[in-house]
Design a protein around this ligand. Structure first.
Ligand SMILES: Cc1cc2nc3c(=O)[nH]c(=O)nc-3n(C[C@H](O)[C@H](O)[C@H](O)COP(=O)(O)OP(=O)(O)OC[C@H]3O[C@@H](n4cnc5c(N)ncnc54)[C@H](O)[C@@H]3O)c2cc1C
Length: 442
């Protein structure tokens, strides 16, 4: 089987690693020359399962892959609009937030505009193993793809997002009856539009709200019971004040805080990003349901304050057991399919967990510069993108911080390559000298 070698392998070609590719081209061109970016998808997309035609990004266009770090970059969203002849139209819209489809196009344009970093699609990474020399020093990583080929690298950056969260109660339900939001578009495309499916939609998040809205058009004859633990849908608690905690400059404060303080801050910020819906979407949904009632249509309803305490397939249907959180009363809901807007698992993603198990790490921790903390001698380094909310703050999984994060990683790699005296040894914080070294070379 083919085995290749690159200096840096970036797994996952989503915004995080595309932002890194841009940072390497601009700040570390010699690293960029020998960097390969891979993704399992056949095309570059942005959250393709939920790439709905009317869905918009929730952050301003300036929070693209680079502008907050380098407003003069040729890789900005505005450069993309200019290069593709869409700048006038975008400005004339008078909106700060682009459609998600536009962001996906922008990501493809960035990938095709890279001059040094190479990317390959249709590369499903199935395992990553540490490589050690005869003395036992960790010298690199061996990444194996689904087609059996492998790639070894000294540097590895994992930006594969989090694993979808499927609540335990659905563990025994056959896969064809369950659609997680990450699979919404391809799975719905495979269903018959005419079938009067009975659907349970689960969760009270933005993704659930978007599926509720999309199902009206995608499966017009279906009957939807939207089931949630919450008493009601609620608007996100964002404000100009809370948004300050999404600034890249807040990461230092957050990282430096004791772990109890970090947990407290994340708890307080939770409803700015999770289990909530944008005010604009709430308006749309309420209006649609209002018009349903006006037209005596009752095939869409909300069932609030219930726990789904059991789920099983009986004959040709699903039976969900709903336990009312106010009274404890148990009722049954008979459905054909379940759509899950249940978000993502907080656990370390399986791919990363298998790697850290193979290294022999008890816990998965990264430095301020996102470098995986290894408890052993090593001449290699691995970085984790987008899964460090617990140590780097609420913005970590979003577009908000990724341009700066890419710079942090690029500088850390520059410092690491320059020799042991410049390394963040034993996983300590990124030293000021590393930054200086990185900045000199930029
Ligand atoms: C529906 C939805 C809407 C969102 N909207 C916003 C928003 O408006 N604003 C915002 O800031 N954030 C938003 N987010 C958060 C989102 O996580 C970030 O915007 C961003 O996509 C994170 O980028 P990423 O590269 O870290 O991860 P992802 O975008 O998840 O990209 C990961 C990439 O890794 C690839 N991959 C995964 N596993 C493998 C593997 N084993 N082998 C090879 N490739 C693999 C995937 O195919 C994917 O391309 C949204 C998230 C969702 C789910």
């Amino acid at each position: 089987m083919t085995k290749r070698e690159v200096e840096l392998l970036a797994v996952g070609a989503g915004p995080s690693n595309l932002g890194l590719a841009v940072a390497l081209e601009e700040l570390a061109p010699d690293v960029a020359e020998n960097t390969l970016l891979i993704d399992r998808n056949p095309t570059i997309e942005w959250q393709p399962g939920m790439l709905l035609p009317w869905a918009k990004s929730q952050v301003a266009f300036v929070k693209d892959l680079v502008t907050l770090r380098n407003p003069r970059s040729r890789f900005s969203f505005l450069s993309h609009l200019h290069a593709t002849g869409r700048l006038d139209d975008f400005i004339n819209m008078g909106e700060l937030t682009p459609y998600r489809l536009e962001i996906a196009e922008y990501l493809r344009w960035v990938a095709n505009s890279l001059r040094k970093v190479r990317y390959e699609l249709g590369c499903d990474c199935v395992s990553i193993m540490p490589q050690r020399d005869a003395a036992g020093t960790l010298t690199g990583w061996l990444t194996t793809l689904a087609d059996g080929t492998s790639i070894s690298s000294r540097y590895l950056v994992i930006g594969t997002g989090r694993d979808p969260h499927i609540p335990q109660v659905f563990a025994d339900i056959p896969g064809h009856r369950i659609v997680h939001s990450t699979q919404y578009r391809p799975r719905v495309a495979g269903l018959s539009k005419e079938m009067p499916y009975r659907v349970a939609l689960v969760g009270s998040s933005q993704s659930s709200a978007e599926m509720f809205r999309a199902l009206r058009e995608d499966l017009p004859d279906c009957d939807v019971a939207w089931v949630m633990r919450a008493i009601s849908l609620t608007a996100d608690q964002s404000s100009k004040f809370t948004n300050q905690f999404y600034y890249p400059s807040f990461v230092d404060d957050f990282y430096a805080s004791p772990s109890e303080a970090r947990e407290r801050m994340l708890r307080e910020m939770y409803k700015t990003n999770y289990s909530c819906v944008t005010p604009a979407m709430l308006e749309t949904l309420y209006t649609e349901l209002y018009l349903d009632r006006l037209g005596q249509r009752n095939d869409r309803r909300l069932i609030t304050m219930v726990d789904i305490t059991a789920a099983r397939e009986v004959a040709d249907e699903l039976v969900l057991e709903l336990t009312d959180r106010r009274t404890g009363a148990v009722t049954q809901l008979h459905r054909d399919m379940v759509f899950l807007g249940t978000g993502f698992s907080w656990e370390t993603p399986r791919l990363v967990r298998r790697l850290t198990d193979a290294i022999g790490l008890d816990q998965v921790q990264v430095t301020r510069a996102y470098q995986l903390i290894l408890d052993e001698p090593s001449t290699a380094a691995c970085y984790l993108q987008g899964i460090n909310e617990a140590t780097h703050g609420i913005g970590d999984s979003l577009l908000s911080v990724l341009a700066h994060r890419a710079q942090d990683i690029a500088f850390d790699i520059i410092a690491h390559r320059a020799g042991p005296q410049n390394r963040a040894h034993g996983g300590a914080d990124l030293p000021a000298e590393a930054y200086a070294l990185g900045r000199q070379s930029s």
